[in-house]
Design a protein around this ligand. Structure first.
Ligand code: LAG
Ligand code: CA
Length: 467
């Protein structure tokens, strides 16, 4: 089974998008460990192209040049140091893995680790890959050779995605090279992988690769989650990947956005008849690095740009019992191509921490916002429990998680109700406000729940939590 994230039953990972390795390591030590995060998804750590038109966009990291661990995020030594320091505080690292393709056709030059490459000749000596390792036109049923028909799996999987040179994962040699890359990461302490563009690879090929990857040094199979953008709009469906780990559930991004705008929708978040991934395979998030800027799976979504809505979306997601969750951590941008905040030489700027715990230098750090960070603690505490005492009316939602926790949220920012919590009698304190609010549960499980506009529009408390 590829669904164990190897973090002692913790439930939430954070994508520190475009952070450099030394900053990720610092964040594990100063924040993520204490806040009970399971792990971090890091941007692709392997050698990639250097794009100068536009200047150093974030997406250059999705054009691999080799599997040498030297990227805009840092050197291999820095990567190794990060993985070790995070692991030492109980936080695992998951590698964003770009193995469907190499650099785009027409790109020629030197990658971030110093390897020469020539995409037009399919020549990547840093691996090495040559022409026979790539898909050929006879396998791709499209006029121009690019992916252009999502109703045909052969087109989606054998043609070139936005002109990126498409590897042929049916070849033993290609499988070996990709598995070696994964093994190298595992040797350094990595616990799992996000598989970029899984939709564009055949599940049997991906399985052959995963099955030859080594166990973690501490035992067990690595964690895998697959990027499969399935919005009921093509032939490739998420359930084809269930044997390979978790699958991204992009319909949830639309669901949660609609839910925050119209609370009635919260009664209907998981719709099996749409083919939404079942709770034990769904990899769930409010937004990701692509759809927050109109790339893959874009549409009507909620992002950090509307903070109040975003806090409600993430808080609900972490309180609810659907799927395995990832939270996004962004940088501010106007231009959708723009890479991370950068110094004069275009290296990523340090992530600085302000006195109030927020981030500076252009980093958003949604994962540090109280309704995000503190709900991670909630989700861990209630893992495995059912939803009880569901109430959704008057733009107010509240529910218990088994007999372990209770969550309430008010769209208009105010709520004043006596509610059954199902929890043991006692004094509790609200996680979201860092215990500024107290809640008393009486001997029959009832509590007076108050939300008002002086604070965040939600509260949450757990059995055996802080008091
Ligand atoms: C993904 N999932 O399947 C990533 O999450 C997504 O961010 C990646 O696209 C994509 N697959 C390929 O790994 C990103 C950008 C693209 C960009 C691509 C390669 O969304 O816009 O394409 O990375 O860097 C860029 C240009 C294209 C050009 C292509 C090849 O935008 O115009 O054709 O490079 O040169
Ligand atoms: Ca492919």
């Amino acid at each position: 089974d590829y669904r164990d994230p190897h973090c002692k039953n913790k439930q939430v990972i954070v994508h520190l998008f475009e952070w450099k390795w030394s900053d990720v390591a610092d964040e594990c030590e100063r924040f993520l460990g204490k806040k009970q995060f399971c792990g971090v998804q890091v941007s692709p750590p392997n050698e990639h192209v250097v794009v100068t038109q536009p200047m150093r966009p974030w997406w250059e990291r999705y054009q691999p040049v080799s599997y040498k661990l030297h990227s805009r995020g840092g050197t291999e030594a820095e990567f190794k140091d990060m993985v070790t320091r995070c692991k030492n505080v109980g936080v695992r690292v998951y590698v964003d893995s770009v193995v469907n393709h190499m650099a785009g056709l027409g790109r020629i030059g030197t990658g971030t680790a110093g390897s020469h490459f020539n995409s037009s000749d399919y020549d990547f000596p840093g691996v090495p890959y040559t022409r026979p390792n790539f898909n050929t036109r006879d396998k791709c049923p499209s006029g121009g050779g690019g992916v252009d028909n999502y109703s045909d799996p052969k087109n989606v999987r054998n043609c070139f995605l936005v002109g990126l040179t498409d590897l042929d994962q049916s070849k033993e040699y290609v499988r070996d090279k990709i598995a070696e890359f994964f093994d190298h990461c595992i040797d350094l302490g990595v616990a799992g992988f996000r598989i970029d563009a899984s939709k564009h690879m055949w599940p049997d090929d991906v399985k052959a690769i995963q099955d030859r990857v080594k166990d973690l040094p501490e035992g067990g199979r690595p964690f895998f989650y697959h990027e499969v953008i399935d919005q009921n709009d093509g032939a490739v469906r998420v359930n084809e990947y269930y044997d390979l780990g978790y699958v991204t559930e992009f319909r949830y991004c639309q669901k949660i956005a609609y839910g925050v705008h119209n609370f009635g929708e919260f009664n209907n978040m998981y719709v099996p008849s749409w083919g939404m991934a079942d709770p034990s395979h769904a990899f769930v998030f409010v937004d990701n690095h692509d759809n927050q800027r109109g790339h893959g799976g874009g549409g009507n979504l909620i992002t950090h740009k509307t903070p109040r809505d975003y806090k409600m979306a993430v808080a609900f997601t972490l309180a609810y019992n659907y799927g395995f969750t990832r939270v996004m951590s962004s940088y501010y941008f106007e231009n959708t191509d723009a890479g991370p905040p950068h110094n004069a030489d275009y290296s990523a700027k340090d992530v600085t921490i302000n006195a109030d715990g927020s981030c500076g230098n252009g980093w958003v750090c949604e994962h540090r916002w109280n309704p995000v960070a503190n709900m991670v603690v909630f989700r861990n505490a209630v893992a495995g429990t059912d939803i009880k005492h569901w109430r959704n009316e008057n733009d107010e939602i509240s529910f218990a998680r088994g007999q372990k926790g209770f969550f309430a949220m008010a769209k208009q920012g105010h709520m004043d109700r006596n509610l059954q919590t199902g929890l043991p009698a006692g004094e509790y304190c609200d996680l979201v406000s860092d215990c500024m609010k107290k809640i008393t549960v009486d001997g029959s499980g009832n509590a007076h729940i108050v939300i008002d506009n002086s604070a965040e529009p939600m509260l949450a408390f757990i059995v055996d939590g802080p008091t």
